[in-house]
Structures are given as structure tokens and as C-alpha cells.
Write a protein that binds this ligand. Structure first.
Ligand code: NIG
Ligand code: FE
Length: 394
């Protein structure tokens, strides 16, 4: 069964061979032909081949589906009071993670799966066609393993984050916890995860602990990711580069030497503006990353503590307004950047042979993602060739 989506006013392909050579590779008056779960053809609307079915995009903008490369979706409980306190001046220090750990341990599998399904549905409605999710609110062998088992039912991009914080019961013997994470917990979780991540920051894990855990993860066959320099400066970004991590995330306090290290590496810097918003932290300057030649991704960081949003358009608007990215850079970071952060070459752009993951906006230009903050302009969402979501005005 093949379908043509034609009469697209503005098609963002992320393939610079189209259009004027700019990174978004925009084709005006375009069409996409989908065959099964793949793109079979892309080009000018009036050259589109005749196929089985037709969807008229009515001059709207069509963009690649968002790739959310950083989220924490397996949890229970509510931390709205912590957010309210923060807005009244209480700083974020990661201490609230323990609240979510208690609620998550106490929750049944069904509760965790239902919460995950609700958040996955929200991501889809916000135009996300691929998402990563981490464990990290269980922090026992059994609780981390079950988090990854539950996650594996909804995404292939699963990340073992046993090293989120040292749980209270290990407070006075943190070396034992590091050994557990790098030992039995990793052995139980590695078969259920594609990636391993560590929260390398003050109040979480230091550079030596992070190295021990990441090296053990690599030995177990997992790809590497790292939370670093969110709460203060540190050596985490350079560690991620040294170990060949796919992504280092937050980077709020990245300095020039960090940017230099990133620029000459294959490690993507993932910016998480929802976290700066929700913790009222300083904004990393996205322009510095771009100017230094760093590949950047934008992701939601959806989690109950520091960024309880599933909205990629909201993150794009923040990145443009407060991180000083152009709308084009922010869109590319939320699509091709996310794909690079997950080391995927089948998603993040629209070209023949790639997965048919794209979004029709209820707008004439992708710029509206930042220009109309908070307005639901995500219209049709196509995932692997299947139309998953259509707005009521379709
Ligand atoms: O990415 N920084 C560490 N982990 C999460 C926050 C976790 C929480 O507060 O529950 C983050 O911001
Ligand atoms: Fe995170």
C-alpha cells in the first residue's frame, strides 16, 4: 500500500542537497510517497507518481518527526510541591530524586506501565516519533530491571541509569553502591538496555565513579551517554568525549575547553531547556555551541523533578528564546540532532529509504514552532508510515 502526501507548502527534509543548500533542505510545493514504513519518493508535488492513496496537506509545513533522545519516563509519584517551592526560591540539588525513588519502588508494574503509556501518548501528540527513556528511579537490581522491562515494550532506545543518585540505604557506603551498579545491577540490566548513563554532577556521582560505571557498561556492550555539568562545572563533558559517548547531556556549565573537546569528537551535546526552565537555572548559550562547531540535540528530559514536559515545540521555543538558537538550528537539533545523539541513521531526516516519520504542522512554516509558543500546532503525526494522530480540524 503506497500513499502520497502532496500539496505540502514547505517540506523540511534535513537533507541539504535539496533547496538552497541550507541544513534544513527545504523543498517548496513538495510531496512524499510512503510505501509501507519507508519513504519511497520525495520531490516537487507536480512530479509525484500516482499511487494507491492520497493525502492533501493543504499547503502546510511538514517536518521530520521529533527525536526525543533524553527522557525519564518510568516513575510514580508527584513533585509539584517541590516545583512550587523552587519557584519561591528553593534551589534544585537533586535531593527530590529520592522522593520519586520511594514512590516508584512502591508502585506496581501496571501503575508504572500506565504512567509510561500516558507520557508516550503525550510525546506522540507533541510530534515525537522516536523517544529514549531511562531507568533510574528504582536503584535496586529488581527495580532497575523491571523499569527497563516495562520501557522495552514501548521503545528500543532504553537506557540503564542505575547511577542516578546513591540511594539512602547506601549513603554511608557509596563504594558498595558503585560496585553494585557496575556489577550485579549492570548484569541484570544490560540485556534489557541499549545504553548506559550516569548522573555525573555534584550531589550525584564524581568523575572516577562515573568512569568506573561507564567503562563497565561499555564492557557489557552498552553504548554510552552521560548527564554532565547541569548543576555546576566539572570534567564530565571531557570524560564523555574521551570514552566516545554518543551524547553528553545538559552541558549547562560547559566552558570553552569543553566545547573544543566536543567539536573534535563524535559526541553530541544534548541541550535540555525544559530543565533550565523548571529549575530556574542559568541558560547555556546555544550560539556558543554552534559557533564552536559542536553537534547539538534538543530533548525534553521529561521527568517528574526538573522538566515535567513532553512538549518538543515548547523546548524548541525555549531554545530559540533563551538559548539563542535560530528556529532552523532548534528544529534541526530536535530532529537530526536527536537521531545523531542516538546514533541512528534511519530517522531524523526525510529521504528515500528512511523511516516514514513526519509531522504535518497546522502552520505554513516550521518557524511557527517557536513563534506560536504554547499553541498546539502539531496536526498529523505519521510514524513508520502509519497516521497516528490527527487534530480535530483535519
Ligand atoms: O535530567 N539530572 C538528573 N536527572 C534528572 C532529574 C531527576 C529528578 O530530579 O527527578 C534530570 O534533570
Ligand atoms: Fe535527565
Amino acid at each position: 500500500m503506497s500513499v502520497v502526501y502532496d500539496n505540502i507548502g514547505e517540506l523540511v527534509t534535513n537533507d541539504p542537497s535539496h533547496g538552497d543548500g541550507s541544513p534544513l533542505g527545504i523543498i517548496d510545493d513538495a510531496a512524499i510517497v510512503v510505501d509501507g514504513d519507508r519513504i519511497a519518493w520525495i520531490g516537487p508535488s507536480d512530479h509525484a507518481p500516482a499511487v494507491d492513496d492520497r493525502v492533501d496537506c493543504r499547503k502546510a509545513s511538514v517536518i521530520p518527526g521529533f527525536v526525543d533522545s533524553h527522557a525519564h519516563l518510568i516513575f510514580a509519584g508527584d513533585r509539584s510541591a517541590e516545583f512550587a517551592a523552587r519557584m519561591s526560591g528553593t534551589p534544585y540539588d537533586g535531593g527530590g530524586i529520592a522522593t520519586t525513588v520511594s514512590a516508584t519502588r512502591a508502585a506496581g508494574d501496571d501503575k508504572l506501565a500506565d504512567n509510561l503509556a500516558r507520557l508516550a501518548a503525550e510525546l506522540l501528540r507533541s510530534g515525537v516519533t522516536t523517544f529514549e527513556t531511562k531507568s533510574g528511579y528504582g536503584l535496586t537490581v529488581a527495580d532497575e530491571r523491571r523499569a527497563l522491562e516495562i520501557a522495552g515494550h514501548v521503545t528500543d532506545e532504553t537506557t540503564f541509569l542505575g547511577a542516578h543518585v546513591v540511594p539512602v540505604e547506601y549513603r554511608d557506603r557509596r563504594d558498595d553502591y558503585v560496585n553494585l551498579v557496575a556489577g550485579d545491577m549492570l548484569a541484570a540490566c544490560a540485556p534489557r538496555a541499549r545504553w548506559i548513563d550516569v548522573f555525573c554532577d555534584r550531589g550525584a556521582f564524581d568523575i572516577d565513579e562515573s568512569r568506573t560505571i561507564l567503562e563497565a557498561g561499555a564492557d557489557a556492550g552498552l553504548g554510552l551517554r552521560l548527564h554532565a555539568s547541569q548543576l555546576g562545572p566539572g570534567q564530565g563533558i571531557k570524560l564523555a568525549v574521551e570514552l566516545g559517548a554518543a551524547s553528553v547531556d545538559h552541558c549547562t556549565f560547559a566552558d570553552d575547553s569543553d566545547l573544543e573537546a566536543l567539536a573534535s569528537s563524535s559526541t553530541v551535546a544534548t541541550l535540555l531547556p525544559g530543565a533550565e526552565f523548571c529549575t530556574r537555572a542559568r541558560w547555556p548559550d546555544g550560539r556558543r555551541f554552534v559557533a564552536a562547531g559542536v553537534t547539538i540535540a534538543l530533548a525534553t528530559d521529561c521527568n517528574p523533578g526538573t522538566s515535567y514536559t513532553t512538549s518538543m515545540p515548547f523546548c524548541i521555543a525555549l531554545a530559540v528564546r533563551d538559548m539563542h538558537l535560530t528556529p532552523a538550528e532548534a528544529l534541526r537539533a530536535a530532529t537530526a540532532g536527536g537521531a545523531a545523539a542516538l546514533r541512528r541513521d534511519d530517522i531524523g531526516a526525510l529521504a528515500k529509504g528512511m523511516r516514514a516519520d513526519f509531522v504535518r504542522l497546522d502552520a505554513p512554516s516550521y518557524i511557527h514552532l517557536a513563534y506560536r509558543p504554547g499553541v498546539p500546532i502539531i496536526d498529523t503525526v505519521v510514524v513508520g508510515g502509519t497516521r497516528m494522530k490527527e487534530s480535530s480540524n483535519q
